[in-house]
Design a protein around this ligand. Structure first.
Ligand SMILES: NC(=O)c1ccc[n+]([C@@H]2O[C@H](COP(=O)([O-])OP(=O)(O)OC[C@H]3O[C@@H](n4cnc5c(N)ncnc54)[C@H](OP(=O)(O)O)[C@@H]3O)[C@@H](O)[C@H]2O)c1
Length: 270
């Protein structure tokens, strides 16, 4: 399979590039600010550059992971450029979305629940999903959650920064998510790239924890006691994003061979 991975210098994208190359696929990964050997430069905000790359490569599949949390142009407009170009050349598209598209509630969301974003990042990811559904209706849209596994994860870095006093901040006790292993996510993305699933799929871990509980588990791997992990309430910060977002994984368990491992297993292996 000829595969293009946007965001190949990122955490999930990088892991996918490695996995797909190891499986013998012809993989082109892209980077943006970082100059990384083995990757090609791409700014997804530049529609002409996206068209040139995709026209030149003629990939069978594009897996789109590139984003910047605070940048609508990268996250929403960039996705529009990638989806339109993939559709034009007849490439399959796997688009990586987020649980951030939801507004938060105690009961789990299923794929049938429409986005209900409550903060700018969630709105940008919801807009990206809308454009994908419109211009590339055959695409697979993967809504995932906090990506964890090792110290290259933003979630691990943030915890260690706060716990070791390198940066001020707190981990919320009232924001619930279902962290996913970067390895499991990459395996699921590769499986979906090679398959024909269309529509939205929730790909997250089965363990629902607060961001603070996650931080305590990450810190414990380094022997850092729980009381060094600063706790706070998202409820006190209006821009902090949705509170409880649980993803129903029933469909993923039917569609995927990849096992989405519980958090204790993931952190023990990392
Ligand atoms: N991280 C999480 O916990 C989490 C949770 C839920 C959903 N997700 C979703 O999962 C996906 C991957 O997340 P991640 O944390 O693995 O990503 P990441 O490590 O932050 O990497 C982001 C990637 O996007 C690239 N990028 C940034 N600006 C770009 C631009 N203008 N043009 C092209 N590429 C650009 C970066 O390239 P350079 O580094 O070279 O600039 C990098 O390769 C995203 O779609 C995100 O919405 C992530």
């Amino acid at each position: 399979m000829r595969l293009l991975v946007t965001g190949g210098s990122g955490y999930a994208g990088g892991r996918l590039v490695e996995l797909a190359r190891a499986a013998g696929h012809d993989v082109t990964g892209t980077s943006h600010s970082a100059s990384v050997e083995g990757l090609v430069p791409l700014d997804v905000r530049d529609r002409a550059a996206v068209d040139r790359l995709i026209d030149g490569l003629r990939p069978d599949v594009v897996v789109h992971t590139a984003y910047v949390q605070g940048d609508w142009h990268v996250t929403a407009s960039g996705t529009a450029h990638v989806a339109a170009a993939a559709a034009r050349v007849g490439a399959r598209l796997v688009h990586v979305s987020s649980d951030a598209v939801y507004g938060g509630r105690p009961q789990p969301y299923t794929e049938a629940d429409p986005p209900s974003p409550v903060f700018p990042y969630g709105a940008a990811k919801a807009a990206a999903e809308t454009v994908v559904a419109t211009v590339h209706p055959g695409a697979a849209v993967v809504r995932t959650s906090l990506i964890v596994g090792d110290d290259a994860s933003k979630q691990h870095q943030m915890t260690l920064d706060f716990a070791l006093g390198r940066r001020a901040g707190v981990l919320f006790t009232d924001q619930i998510r279902q962290p996913v292993s970067v390895a499991d996510l990459a395996a699921a993305l590769l499986e979906l790239a090679a398959g024909d699933f269309r529509g939205v799929l929730h790909v997250a871990g089965p363990t629902a924890v607060s961001r603070h509980e996650l931080g305590v588990l990450i810190a414990a791997r380094r022997g850092i006691p729980a009381d060094r992990v600063p706790a706070g309430l998202a409820a006190e910060l209006p821009a902090a994003g949705p509170r409880e977002v649980r993803l129903d994984l029933t469909l993923a368990q039917t569609v995927l061979r990849t096992r989405l491992r519980p958090l204790d297993e993931v952190l023990a292996a990392g």
